[in-house]
Structures are given as C-alpha cells and as structure tokens.
Design a protein around this ligand. Structure first.
Ligand code: CA
Length: 222
C-alpha cells in the first residue's frame, strides 16, 4: 500500500483529504506543520508527499528543498491561487507537481497516482552502500549526491559488488559477471578496474574504506 505524507494546517481539509486518500487505497501519515512533517518524512520514508505551501513553522517550499536534497520522493505542493503559484514554480523548490486550491479530491488522487508512476523505484533499481548510490535503470552512480562518471566495465563491476554487499567475490566470479565467460584476457584486469573505482569512490584510494581487498580471495564492498 503506497504511503502518502499529507501536510496541511487546515484541520478540516487535512481530515477530508486524508479520508479520501485512504478510501482510494493509500496509507496516509498526517502532519499539520512543517517541522513535524520533516521528522515524519525522514522516519517513515513515504512514497509521495503532499505539502501545503503555507504552513506554520517550516513552510512547504522550504520543506520541499530540504527533502529534495535527501531523497527523490515525489512532492506535490498545494498552493493558493495567484502570486503563490509564481513562487512555487519560480523558486525551483524541487517539487514535482502542484495543485491550486480549491481542488477536487479525484484530481488530487489522480495527481498522486501520476507522481507514483513517475517516481524512481526505491527497490530493485537502486543499490545503496553507505553514501554510494547506484541507479541500475539510469546507469548512474552518486557519491553523497554528486554524480561519479564510470566506464561501462567500472559500472558493471561496482554493480556486481554492490549486489553482493558484504560478500567476498573472487576474481574469477567477477570476470564471468563483468567480462563474460569467454574472457581470455589478463585476470589482473579486475585489479586495475578496482583501482580505478577506488580512485573515484574512496577518500584515500591507497587506504580504501569501502572496496576491500581480501588477500588471496578477492574483493568485497562494505
Ligand atoms: Ca495553509
């Protein structure tokens, strides 16, 4: 069941929207101010966020900017007519969509469903290892949110290690996974690629914290 974090300080509207979303098959977490919302977003990891722009405490736009740095959760802003829309669009808060009040409940549900369909899949498509994040679908790698450019083989090698996080993988295994069964080159090519990966991902590549050599066996990522 998809989880929606709904943040609105008008109690009647909050109750109404929450009830409707629940009747449409969503689990709804509610907050009536920005600070509680931020705490809930971090703790509960909702699938979609719906924030009113004008909130007591942290407002919807600030909330949006903070969360956008931490996750890719889709965010829909609820905004009043007029000047506020310009702020919502103009400030590049990182919101995915906005809905102008007053809105119909079916419209909101449709927008929430659309946001969910566009959302990157949190499981399956993305591998995490500390501050390294690998997006299998987009073939991109991030180190603390900064994209790291990898060659095709470096990417495959990292993906293989991350899929088996914590396990020691032999050179032979890595070769068949990354270079294929018919590879007849130098097995030390694995070591060379590991070195390149360390140069891109480790603070101090000569004392790796992440990509470990297990002497006589192979490599492991932690
Ligand atoms: Ca409000």
């Amino acid at each position: 069941m998809p989880v929606v974090l709904l943040v609105e300080d008008e109690a009647t509207l909050l109750g109404l929207v929450a009830q409707h979303l629940e009747s449409e098959g969503f689990r709804v977490i509610q907050a009536s101010n920005g600070d509680t919302a931020l705490e809930l977003a971090r703790r509960e990891q909702p699938d979609v966020c719906v924030f009113d722009v004008m909130l007591p405490g942290l407002d919807g736009l600030s909330l949006c900017r903070i969360l956008r740095k931490e996750s890719e959760v889709p965010i829909i802003l609820l905004t009043a007519r007029g000047a506020e829309i310009d702020r919502v669009i103009g400030l590049e808060s990182g919101a995915d969509d906005y809905i102008v009040k007053p809105f119909s409940l079916p419209e909101l549900v449709a927008r929430v469903r659309a946001a969910l369909r566009r959302a990157p899949k949190p499981h399956g498509d993305r591998l995490l290892c500390g501050d390294v994040s690998l997006d299998l679908a987009a073939r991109r790698v991030y180190l603390s949110d900064q994209e790291v450019k990898l060659s095709h083989k470096e990417f495959e090698l990292l993906a293989t290690l991350m899929r088996n996080k914590g396990a020691v993988l032999s050179r032979e295994f890595l070769i068949t996974q990354v270079w294929g069964y018919d590879f007849d080159g130098d097995p030390r090519t694995v070591d060379v690629h590991v070195r390149w990966l360390r140069e891109k991902l480790e603070k101090d590549p000569s004392h790796p914290q992440r990509l470990q050599t297990v002497r006589g066996v192979g490599y492991r990522i932690d």
